[in-house]
Design a protein around this ligand. Structure first.
Ligand code: MN
Ligand code: MN
Length: 478
């Protein structure tokens, strides 16, 4: 017993023994770990700044993985086999990617899987976006995922994406991030003329059809030409990218907040940036599997999926069979006797962390959480037993046994974790990819850091939560 404890009353001591106080994860951080927090945060800020779209995140992740010794599945297919310790990746449609490290044990015993998503809410250009109005040129957009529309006006915007031209040539466009690049923006009304707008509901003050991006204002130099400003933009696009108006129909151009992710606060304890839902989990999960050096017992797997923000649909979303097919390809190279059965057993026996963010308590907004069951910024990795809405509808509900196992694993490794529900009962709710993988019969648990201003152009995360998630994912992939 410490000296201090001698002074405590029996009741206080009993409270400490039997009760649970969820503490800030910064407490008791060693000097060595403080250095690690800084190193991981700096690296994550670079990742977040460079990965503004799902395609960019795939490219970045593959680059990092190749440096860590990962090779594409085709390389192993050429060799005809996969051995214990082999590091494999498979990219699907440039938008989703699976990383695998073959384990010592039979694949039938299951894998340790972490799944995160790399798509984020944004504005997509419509198929025919360009128009001129009152001598200014605009792009029309159709928003992707859950946004609050008023967040997207009067901020600098960048544009990233892929254009497939008439002749089949594909080009990538990325403009608005470099300091010398121009940016784009959506206007808002000045306060002096906002009397009518101000009386509208927040959901109606800025409309979906009103999210039009200004792209130019100078006319093509020819007198009395109709839509000269639009022509000038078309001419610019042709000169710079060789594209014509029709090529927008076969393009995917995503408009996102421009600029780098940043340190936030005098103490620089927070990270601010666009797309932290869910690139903070994508980065920490990726890094956890890349930092693993020795061959694991179980086969390890990290999935970075697309389309989570619109329901995990489409052939790059988690509902697609791409993941099942990837595992089938893996087993095909593992010289397993009954591959069909092996795959089923593998899925049944796997364990999965659905790595996604949740909503932290924000003192600026009261009444959104039950504070005794809420995630807090800085209190470590949040384990969410369930999500869903209106009575947990649509949720994966992790079993107590699996949660108990994870709790032991995390505590043994010194990972600070907390429990948390996304918000108070019946206020709203949300989903992740957890329930999709649970369909295979495997155990799945939602976990990740809490964010503030989630789904906004500048989301906030705590550096200590980032670090605890990395540490937690690394421990799980043991
Ligand atoms: Mn998410
Ligand atoms: Mn989300």
């Amino acid at each position: 017993m410490k000296n201090k404890d001698k002074e405590k009353s029996p009741g206080t001591l009993l409270q400490e023994q039997l009760g649970k106080k969820w503490e800030l994860a910064w407490k008791d951080l060693s000097d060595e770990e403080s250095i690690k927090v800084k190193e991981i945060s700096d690296d994550y800020i670079r990742f977040l700044t460079a990965g503004k779209t799902e395609r960019q995140c795939v490219t970045l992740s593959v680059e990092l993985a190749e440096k860590a010794g990962f090779k594409p599945l085709e390389a192993y297919q050429k060799a005809g086999k996969i051995n214990c310790g082999d590091k494999v990746y498979l990219v699907h449609k440039d938008k989703t990617v699976v990383f695998l490290v073959a384990g010592r044990e039979s694949i039938e015993k299951g894998m340790a899987i972490i799944g995160a998503h790399i798509d984020s809410p944004r504005l997509d250009l419509k198929p025919s976006p360009l128009y001129e109005s009152d001598d200014m040129a605009f792009f029309k957009t159709h928003y992707y995922g859950g946004i609050k529309k008023y967040h997207w006006v009067t901020i600098p915007l960048a544009m990233h994406g892929t254009v497939v031209k008439k002749d089949g040539e594909t080009i990538n466009i990325s403009i608005g991030e470099a300091p010398e690049d121009p940016v784009f923006c959506i206007t808002d009304l000045l306060p002096h003329l906002s009397q009518e707008q101000n009386t509208k509901k927040m959901t109606e003050g800025i409309t979906g059809e009103g999210l039009n991006i200004i792209v130019g204002s100078q006319p093509y130099p020819e007198k009395d030409l109709k839509d000269g400003v639009k022509l000038n933009i078309l001419n610019h696009l042709y000169t710079k990218y060789g594209m014509r108006e029709e090529d927008f129909a076969t393009a995917e151009l995503e408009v996102v907040p421009a600029g780098a992710a940043r340190n936030v606060g005098f103490d620089e304890s927070l990270i601010g940036g666009y797309g932290q839902d869910d690139r903070i989990c994508a980065y920490t999960a990726l890094r956890a599997i890349l930092d693993r050096e020795e061959a694991p017992d179980r086969t390890l797997c990290v999935i970075l999926a697309d389309k989570e923000e619109i329901g995990s649909v489409g052939n790059t979303g988690m509902h697609s069979r791409f993941f099942e097919n990837t595992v089938a390809e893996l087993i095909d190279l593992m010289a397993v006797k009954k591959p069909e059965m092996a795959m089923r057993r593998c899925f049944m026996n796997s364990e999965m962390l659905s790595a996604d963010v949740t909503a932290g308590v924000d003192p600026n907004f009261t009444g959104t959480h039950d504070k005794g069951n809420a995630p807090y910024i800085g209190k470590g990795m949040v384990l969410s037993k369930y999500g869903g809405a209106r009575g947990k509808s649509g949720s994966n509900d992790a079993h107590a046994e699996f949660m108990g196992k994870m709790r032991q694993t995390l505590e043994t490794a010194g990972v600070i974790w907390q429990m948390g529900e996304l918000g108070r009962v019946d206020l709203g709710g949300g989903g992740t990819i957890a329930h999709i993988l649970a369909e295979y019969g495997m155990d799945v648990l939602d976990c990740g850091p809490a964010l503030l201003s989630m789904h906004s152009p500048f989301e906030l995360a705590s550096k200590i939560d980032l670090y605890m998630c990395y540490k937690g994912y690394k421990t799980f992939l043991a």
